[in-house]
Write a protein that binds this ligand. Structure first.
Ligand SMILES: Cc1cc2nc3c(=O)[nH]c(=O)nc-3n(C[C@H](O)[C@H](O)[C@H](O)COP(=O)(O)OP(=O)(O)OC[C@H]3O[C@@H](n4cnc5c(N)ncnc54)[C@H](O)[C@@H]3O)c2cc1C
Length: 456
């Protein structure tokens, strides 16, 4: 006999919404509570790279036609991963895995568009303007969530999917720690004009490019081209995609248009100022100062940036927590494993959590597992793979890294560039490095059993 479950999810972000779809499809009662006042609020404009692992999780959880819409609304996929000097000369470049398999491919999405896609079909599930405050365990085994507006909701399971600053985590795991990496980043967007396009080489225009600069500074460039513009679906877009996009009501809320996105970062002690304390225009001025000696095209790109798109981030990371004793309150995504964007796997790991947790809750629905035992099994597996992702992401962005030291950093930069140029020149080495880079992003072997799991 099926067990009736009521699941409460705090946070309508990437992981929470993916889980909500999976549960809804499985006929499990689910409610999502989101602090944003409307579906258009929040900072959702930057690029997120979705790996095969992330696509696989969405394929399992989303209704089939919504997964197709997700694929149709992705930006053009990158063809190259480039490493450049600040003078935009190539030190290493490898091809992105080819193919347009809807799952086994790298995808670029606008965070705003992804959110609108994931909100589609959940209009009766997501409640906006509901800022979670705290929860109470009840004597009958249920849990009640309380909100700042004085309302509350009771369910059998509470999932904290409320991101890096998670209030659910703060109450559930008061000893879990977050640390500053000491890296501060500023990002911005440039509208895709002929001038902006002309500043980029073919490989940069068609790829993702990472700049390794003096002073330990780094930068990233993404080119985001979509299948639509302000007039609707672009001409030349294939039949099925054109139909899916033009019939999608979420387009009403999406303001995404073609853009070039950049991010520039450095260690706090080596930046001219703390950008998180500056207004957008001043943040942009600070970046102009940081890139003063860089290639003129990069400087011009920064000059062309729309100041209203500029945002700064103090990059933090969680310290992987020790296993805890499970209850009917659990966590997923950034709420339990915030990681630096260094590896581009935060959202993908949140999606993987959602798929795994959904599968465990289906076992409870089918009376194949007891609730707390199922949540424990989820937490044990999630903690293991997320620990690796958190540690690996931190290695990419940490102010303690010697690359940020004044003299030693310059020597290391020369060494790294020389090593990469060597790899670039030797095809066998290049292939090996490309495979290593992609390993984290693949669907893990151990989750092969997911392929057999039925979400129905
Ligand atoms: C610049 C940048 C680039 C990135 N690029 C990539 C990438 O390429 N690939 C990748 O995999 N990841 C990337 N990430 C990381 C990725 O964005 C996050 O890991 C991912 O969004 C986490 O999803 P989540 O569902 O856990 O949390 P979120 O998506 O942050 O969602 C949390 C939700 O909870 C809501 N919330 C918070 N508090 C409350 C409350 N008290 N009550 C109710 N609701 C609340 C928030 O409003 C939000 O909607 C990037 C991050 C940044 C900043």
């Amino acid at each position: 006999m099926e067990k009736k479950l009521r699941v409460l999810i705090i946070g309508a972000g990437t992981g929470g919404l993916c889980l909500a779809h999976g549960l809804k499809r499985a006929g499990i009662a689910v409610r999502v509570f989101e602090r944003d006042r409307t579906r258009q609020d929040g900072l959702h404009g930057y690029r997120v790279g979705i790996s095969p692992a992330g696509s696989y999780a969405m394929k399992q959880c989303l209704p089939p036609e919504l997964f197709d819409l997700f694929v149709a609304t992705c930006a053009r996929a990158p063809r190259y991963f480039n490493m450049l000097t600040e003078q935009l000369s190539e030190v290493l470049s490898f091809d992105a895995p080819e193919g347009d398999d809807p799952i086994d491919s790298e995808k670029s999405v606008s965070r705003m568009t992804l959110r609108q896609v994931l909100l589609t079909g959940l209009e009766d599930v997501v409640e906006f303007d509901k800022k979670f405050e705290r929860f109470d365990y009840n004597t009958d085994g249920t849990v009640t969530a309380f909100f700042e507006d004085g309302s509350n909701a009771t369910g059998d399971v509470l999932v904290g999917a409320d991101g890096a600053g998670s209030r659910v985590r703060k109450q559930r795991l008061p000893n879990a720690r977050m640390e500053e990496t000491g890296i501060l980043s500023v990002g911005g967007k440039v509208a895709m004009t002929a001038e902006a396009k002309g500043l980029l080489s073919d490989k940069v225009f068609n790829g993702i490019s990472l700049v390794m600069a003096p002073r330990g500074y780094g930068a990233i460039l993404h080119v985001m081209e979509f299948k639509w513009d302000r007039h609707g679906v672009k001409t030349g877009v294939g039949g099925n995609d054109a139909e899916l996009i033009s019939q999608w009501p979420g387009m009403l809320y999406d303001n995404t248009r073609d853009y070039i996105m950049w991010g520039v970062w450095g260690a706090r002690q080596r930046l001219p100022q703390d950008p998180t304390k500056l207004a957008q225009v001043q943040q942009l001025e600070m970046v102009k100062e940081m890139v003063k000696g860089w290639h003129p095209n990069m400087r011009r790109l920064i000059e062309l940036t729309d100041p209203s798109t500029v945002f700064s981030i103090n990059i933090r990371t969680s310290v992987p927590p020790e296993p805890w004793s499970s209850s009917c309150v659990t966590l997923l995504g950034d709420a339990v494993h915030t990681m630096t964007p260094g590896r581009g796997v935060g959202a993908n790991t949140a999606l993987r959590d959602a798929e795994l947790l959904c599968r465990r809750l289906i076992e409870v629905r089918d009376a194949k597992a007891e609730l707390v035992a199922a949540l424990h099994a989820y937490e044990a597996e999630m903690l293991e793979y997320s620990r690796d992702a958190v540690i690996d992401s931190r290695k990419q962005m940490d102010a303690k890294d010697p690359i940020h030291k004044p003299v030693l950093g310059s020597v290391l930069l020369v060494g790294m560039r020389t090593g990469m140029r060597l790899v670039n020149a030797v095809p066998a080495l290049k292939k090996k490095m490309a495979e290593k880079q992609m390993r984290l992003r693949k669907i893990k072997e151990e989750s092969g059993l997911q392929k057999q799991a039925s979400m129905a």
